[in-house]
Design a protein around this ligand. Structure first.
Ligand code: MSP
Length: 497
């Protein structure tokens, strides 16, 4: 039986249209999900929409639509985006689904049973934009540290005994040094927790757009408690007959999130789970934020980037490649048309496109369109490049497991560049006149390089890689990672299309 790998995107607020930031988080998960599937894992890749809370309710009110009808509409935009951008999520969860209510209420009951939730009243600041509570000391000029406007809230509220979890969280972080990445972000989380934790308000009583608190109709659950629980809902928690799925999927292997929502995932979420005596997720990766031509992306500046527009302008695979190659994953990045065009012309057209074009057209012209067969004997000139090629997979696994997508791509492109140099050094066009057999061997080496490279770039560029593999004549069931690293070789002998 293959090993389970469960990874999640944050669930997106349905207050607005999807933009490049949303696409980025899901893209990162999509390439990882595809990589793991090709590497033989039983993958579950989850995304979805976060539909409750004041922010969504307000957006619905502004549009004069009832929140359920509004969330149906906007959630559909996110679902459509997953198809448009070729995302391969296995499930799409909406927090307004019955299965999710069941999971939230089960978790709540467990927290009550264990004595970690009590009724009191909340008096303090709340930022609807962040759906977060802030302490007086964090507020400057009526704004939260994130720049979000805050409002004063006074209402009865249930509280979660977060203060009781400081030591357990710190011990947990010590015992799990890879729980949060990048390291610098993990350090921020640790110092936040070391600074002391206050009990957290986990219900709201002044509006009703949320999951009802079991046994107290006056309250709905705080939207973040509701939202975080989605990861367990989709894994079968609280579902009739969901036990075996839950046993297989939980705890999640990876929660991918943006840096702005790390605290919820790395502090509150493990604390809730510890309190409920449930296993904690294995890892949380906090990626950076994109700016647009150097400027912060915001609706008010009117510079929101529409991922569908970018994909239409430059091509979907090109966009996918750019977003993951341009910026070290975890850092902030700037989207500019110049940078996009530069990557496309350089890495994609000149390096990979050119290599594949040259090799295929030489085979076509000089080998009567027949793929050369595997040489009986290779020369010393062929050994280093094939060794580099065969060695790629190990590095790819390491980089994907640490979410260093840019490093993974960089290493593949080093082999692509070496292959372009190999073409120049071997000069197959000259061999055509002097040593036709050697020319065929050289072209075979190059085709083998293209085959493995195309297999390896499938997660990032699913369409382009498929075209390459089709052109090379590689069968559809011979494109998994078990075909890499010298385990099998291009056999050749077939006529190219
Ligand atoms: N609903 C919450 C998440 C709940 S998860 C249990 C939420 N939603 S969101 O729609 O506001 O944001 C979702 C993700 O988009 C976050 O990971 C956020 O970091 C990401 N991005 C939003 N703008 C972004 C950029 N400009 N650049 C990169 N990612 C950005 O938060």
């Amino acid at each position: 039986m293959s090993t389970s790998y469960y990874l999640t995107t944050p669930i997106y607020y349905v207050n607005d249209k999807p933009h490049i930031g949303h696409a980025y988080t899901t893209l990162a998960c999509d390439v990882l999900a595809r990589f793991k599937r090709l590497d033989g894992y039983d993958v579950m890749f989850l995304t979805g929409t976060d539909e409750h809370g004041q922010k969504v309710q307000k957006s619905a009110e502004e549009k004069g639509i009832d929140p359920k009808a509004f969330t149906d509409q906007v959630s559909q935009n996110f679902r459509d985006l997953t198809a448009t951008l070729n995302f391969t999520n296995d499930d799409f969860i909406r927090t307004t689904e019955d299965r999710h209510y069941a999971a939230c209420q089960k978790l709540w009951a467990k927290l009550i049973e264990n004595g970690d939730i009590y009724l009191d009243s909340y008096k303090g600041w709340y930022a609807v934009r962040d759906e977060a509570f802030y302490a007086e000391s964090e507020i400057t000029d009526g704004k939260a540290p994130t720049g979000a406007p805050v409002e004063w809230v006074e209402e009865p509220s249930y509280f979660f005994r977060l203060s009781a979890f400081q030591d357990r969280l710190l011990a947990f972080y010590d015992a799990n040094p890879d729980f949060v990445a990048p390291k610098s972000r993990f350090n921020e989380v640790k110092s936040f927790v070391k600074g002391g934790l206050m009990d957290l308000s986990v219900s709201r009583a002044s509006f009703s757009w949320g999951v009802p608190v079991p046994g107290d109709d006056a309250h709905v659950m705080y939207v973040w408690l509701d939202a975080l629980t989605n990861y367990m809902t989709a894994a079968g928690y609280g579902q009739d007959g969901g036990e075996s799925e839950y046993a297989k999927r939980w705890p999640a292997d990876l929660h991918m999130v943006g840096k702005d929502i790390l605290r919820f995932h790395a502090v509150y979420w493990p604390a809730f789970l510890m309190a409920a005596e449930l296993p904690t997720p294995k890892r949380v990766f906090a990626h950076g934020w994109w700016t647009n031509e150097g400027q912060k992306i915001s609706k008010s500046l009117g510079n929101v980037i529409d991922p569908v527009e970018i994909a239409n302008t430059y091509g979907l695979d090109q966009m996918r490649y750019f977003l993951l190659r341009e910026v070290p994953f975890g850092n902030d990045g700037d989207f500019s048309h110049t940078a996009m065009v530069h990557r496309m012309n350089g890495d994609l057209a000149n390096d990979l496109g050119n290599l594949s074009q040259r090799v295929l057209s030489m085979i076509f012209k000089n080998c009567d369109g027949v793929m050369p067969t595997r040489p009986a004997q290779l020369t010393e000139a062929d050994a280093p490049i094939l060794a580099a090629l065969d060695g790629l997979l190990e590095g790819q696994r390491k980089h994907y497991d640490s979410q260093m997508f840019h490093e993974a791509l960089k290493e593949i492109w080093e082999v692509v560049s070496a292959a372009n140099r190999y073409v120049d050094d071997m000069a197959p066009w000259a061999l055509r006149k002097t040593d036709i057999d050697r020319m065929k061997d050289v072209l075979w080496v190059l085709a083998e390089i293209l085959r493995q490279v195309a297999i390896l770039i499938q997660p990032v560029m699913p369409e382009a890689s498929q075209n390459m593999l089709d052109q090379l004549g590689v069968a559809a069931d011979e494109r998994g990672f078990d075909q890499l690293g010298g385990a099998t070789r291009l056999s050749g002998g077939w006529t190219l299309e």
